[in-house]
Design a protein around this ligand. Structure first.
Ligand code: GAR
Length: 216
């Protein structure tokens, strides 16, 4: 069984989607630990309710990014994971850390990458007058929000959308595509080769696999 460690910083709805998919028999993984860089967040409660071991490694206790990442890496590696899943983990990672987990770390980002790397993605899409927005799962490389895309869900921006309404529709899709991507990895259908995502022996396009919810 594919052994996964999930890193969170907050509410953990993406973690919950993974837990739910596993409980439905749709995700052949063992989540051996959930690690948060913030204490007392809702995601830790979700993990505990599912009987998953939790750890808090508070970044505020470390004098530098390097020291924090070194401790995080050491603690993750105690679980010997095949895959590290960043699920709303809101820390910029050091290059050494990303290289250590090269081709075995996924992230989810609320935009159609490479558009809108960084923060406030929903607001930026609305302000730009975009007609579509979405969410991307990608392999993590040293470049922030820059590794090869695995899957994107495209969501229409509609008249009257606010940051909240848009975020809600995008989040609903996050909870669909993250379990899909993790299950592909677990089933050994997905890998990263030569800085490209490969699914079922085919190199994916730069967008990754596209799930277009506008068709519905
Ligand atoms: C999600 O919307 C995820 O896409 C975003 O944080 C949220 C976490 O929600 N991640 C990023 O912005 C990463 N750059 P959750 O804790 O409820 O899963």
């Amino acid at each position: 069984m594919t052994n996964v460690v999930v890193l969170i910083s907050g509410s953990g709805t993406n973690l919950q989607a993974l837990i739910d998919a596993k409980q439905k028999g749709e995700l052949p993984v063992t989540i051996s630990a959930v690690i948060s860089n913030r204490p007392n967040v809702k995601g830790l409660e979700r993990a505990q309710a599912a009987g998953i071991e939790t750890l808090v490694i508070d970044h505020k206790d470390y004098a530098s990014r390097e020291l924090f990442d070194a401790e995080l890496q050491a603690r993750i590696d105690e679980f010997d994971p095949h895959l590290v899943v960043l699920a709303g983990f809101m820390r910029i990672l050091t290059e050494g850390f990303t290289r250590h987990y090269s081709a075995r770390m996924l992230n989810i980002h609320p935009s159609l990458l490479p558009k809108y790397q960084g923060l406030h993605t929903h607001q930026r899409a609305l302000e730009a007058g975009d007609t579509e927005h979405g969410v991307t799962v990608h392999f993590v490389t040293p470049e922030l929000d820059g590794g090869p895309n695995v899957i994107q869900a495209v969501v229409a921006i509609v008249e009257g959308d606010t940051v909240e309404s848009l975020a809600q529709r995008v989040q609903a899709q996050e909870h669909v595509i993250y379990p899909m991507a993790v299950s592909w990895f677990a089933e050994k259908r997905l890998s990263m080769d030569n800085h490209q995502s490969v699914l079922d022996n085919e190199v994916l396009p730069p967008s990754g696999y596209v799930l277009d919810t506008r068709m519905k």
